[in-house]
Design a protein around this ligand. Structure first.
Ligand code: CS2
Ligand code: MG
Length: 410
C-alpha cells in the first residue's frame, strides 16, 4: 500500500473546506480533513509545499511512524496549521487502512463501546421567543441536547446567534461561524451586560422546557477568571451539561480559580492542538470535557492519546463539530467517539445541502444519536466534479470590540 498520489482539494460549497486525498498503488484512496476556519490556504500551502512531497512513496500502513515523522522531523512543532495538516494525513491513513481491512475505522480502534453518540445542536435566538422557537425546532429534528446562545440587550450582534431564522426555504438556519468577504465582520461586546442577562435566559429556558433537557453554553473565551467563576456559579441552579471556553484558552491556570468557585461542569479545547495544551488542566482535573476536534489535534492518533490521558481523570470527550469541521472530520470524530470508553457528547451542526452533495456520507442520525455507519474506512466519498463547482472564497470569523474600541477576546 504505497502512496502514489496526494492531492489537496479546496472546495467551498456552503463554506470553505480543505481535503487531502491519498491514493495508493493498489488503487485505494483515503480522505482527511484539513479545514482551518478563516486560515484555510495556510494549511493548503503547508500540505502542498512541505508534506505531499514527503508522503509520495511511503507505506500507507505505517500510521504511527508517519505521524511521528511529520511531527518530529519538522523541528517546528505544534500550532494549528501544522497539526491540521498532520491530522489530515492521519485521517486519510486510517481511512485507507479501514478500506484495506474491509472494516469501518471504529473497528480498528477497538470496536464500538456504545450503540450511538449523543449529539447536541446549536439553538440560538436574538430574544427569548426566537430562542424558544429554535429549541423547539431542534427537538423536532430529534436533538436530545442543545447549546443555548442568545442576544444580549444593548448589543447589536453576537457570535453564535443565527442572524436569520429561516435562511433557506423551510430549513432552519444554524449559525455559520465564518462569513464570506474580504475582511472580518466586527461585533460589539459588553461582559457586564452579558453576565447580567445569561442567568435569566437559562431560568426562562428551564421554565419552558423543564429540568431534563441537557443544556450547554459557550462563553467563547471572553471572561476573566473571576467573571467565569461568577457565571458558573450563577448558572448552577439551571444544571448545565457544560459551560464552554469560559476563559481565554492560553492560560491553563486560570481554570483553577473558576473551579474553586463553581460546580458547573467546564469544557475547553476547541482551539487546542496537542496533548501538551491539556497537560495541567487534565492532571489537576480543572475541566470535565475535552473539546478538541480530530481535525485540529493531529488526527485520530493524537486525539486518542489526549482522550486516553483524560480518561485517567474521569474527563470525557466533547469533540468540536461545527460546520467548519468537514464531513470527513466529522466521520473521524464519530469513529473515535464510538470506540473510546470516555465518550461524553458530540457537537453536531448539520452541513448544508451543497456540502452533502460534495461529500457523500454514511453516518446515521436517529433519536438524537449519531453513528458513523459500517462502510470500510471513514465512510465518506468526495465527488470531485461537485467539489469543482465551488472554488475557494475568502471568509473570516468575526471579532469583537468593547464600547471604547478595544479588541476583545472571543
Ligand atoms: C464554536 C464554533 O462550535 C463551537 O463551539 O465555538 O463556532 C467555533 O467558534 C468555530 O468553529 C471556529 O471555527
Ligand atoms: Mg465553542
Amino acid at each position: 500500500m504505497i502512496i502514489e498520489q496526494a492531492e489537496v482539494i479546496v472546495t467551498s460549497p456552503d463554506r470553505n473546506f480543505v481535503t487531502l486525498r491519498l491514493t495508493t498503488d493498489d488503487g485505494l484512496s483515503g480522505l482527511g480533513d484539513a479545514t482551518l476556519n478563516g486560515r484555510e490556504l495556510a494549511v493548503v500551502a503547508y500540505l502542498r509545499e512541505h508534506v505531499v512531497p514527503l508522503l509520495l512513496g511511503r507505506d500507507a500502513h505505517r500510521i504511527e511512524d508517519t505521524w511521528q515523522f511529520l511531527y518530529r522531523s519538522a523541528y517546528w512543532r505544534r500550532g494549528p496549521v501544522t497539526m491540521a495538516a498532520i491530522a489530515a494525513v492521519d485521517m486519510a491513513l486510517w481511512d485507507l487502512k479501514g478500506k484495506a481491512a474491509g472494516m469501518p475505522v471504529y473497528q480498528l480502534l477497538g470496536g464500538a463501546s456504545r450503540t450511538g453518540l449523543l449529539a447536541y445542536g446549536h439553538a440560538s435566538g436574538r430574544d427569548l421567543p426566537e430562542l424558544f422557537d429554535s429549541i423547539r425546532a431542534h427537538l423536532e429534528q430529534g436533538y436530545r441536547a442543545v447549546r443555548v446562545q442568545t442576544g444580549v440587550p444593548g448589543l447589536k450582534s453576537i457570535y453564535g446567534i443565527a442572524s436569520n431564522a429561516t435562511h433557506q426555504a423551510g430549513v432552519r438556519y444554524d449559525h455559520e461561524p465564518a462569513q464570506r468577504g474580504a475582511r472580518p465582520h466586527e461585533e460589539d461586546w459588553d461582559t457586564r451586560a452579558y453576565l447580567r442577562h445569561v442567568p435569566s435566559v437559562f431560568e426562562a429556558v428551564r421554565g419552558e422546557f423543564g429540568p431534563e433537557l441537557p443544556l450547554l453554553h459557550d462563553a467563547h473565551h471572553r471572561l476573566t477568571p473571576i467573571q467565569a467563576a461568577q457565571l458558573g456559579k450563577s448558572l448552577e441552579p439551571y444544571d448545565l451539561f457544560w459551560l464552554e471556553d469560559a476563559t481565554p484558552a492560553e492560560n491553563q491556570e486560570a481554570l483553577r480559580l473558576v473551579r474553586q468557585h463553581t460546580t458547573t461542569p467546564l469544557a475547553i479545547g476547541e482551539i487546542f492542538n496537542t496533548v501538551w495544551d491539556y497537560q495541567q488542566i487534565i492532571r489537576e482535573q480543572l475541566i470535565d470535557y475535552v473539546r478538541s476536534a480530530v481535525t485540529h489535534t493531529g488526527g485520530i492518533t493524537h486525539l486518542r492519546r489526549v482522550l486516553d490521558y483524560a480518561a485517567q481523570y474521569q474527563i470525557k470527550s466533547g469533540m468540536h463539530g461545527p460546520t467548519d469541521i468537514s464531513p470527513v472530520g466529522m466521520a473521524a470524530a464519530l469513529h473515535l467517539g464510538l470506540a473510546i470508553h470516555n465518550f461524553g457528547i458530540q457537537e453536531y451542526m448539520k452541513h448544508g445541502t451543497r456540502t452533502d452533495a460534495v461529500f457523500q456520507q454514511s453516518f446515521t442520525w436517529k433519536d438524537g444519536h449519531l453513528h458513523p455507519g459500517d462502510r470500510p474506512g471513514l465512510g465518506v466519498d468526495l465527488d470531485t466534479d461537485e467539489a469543482g463547482k465551488y472554488p475557494y472564497e475568502q471568509a473570516y470569523l468575526p471579532y469583537n470590540r468593547l464600547a471604547d474600541g478595544t479588541v476583545h477576546d472571543w
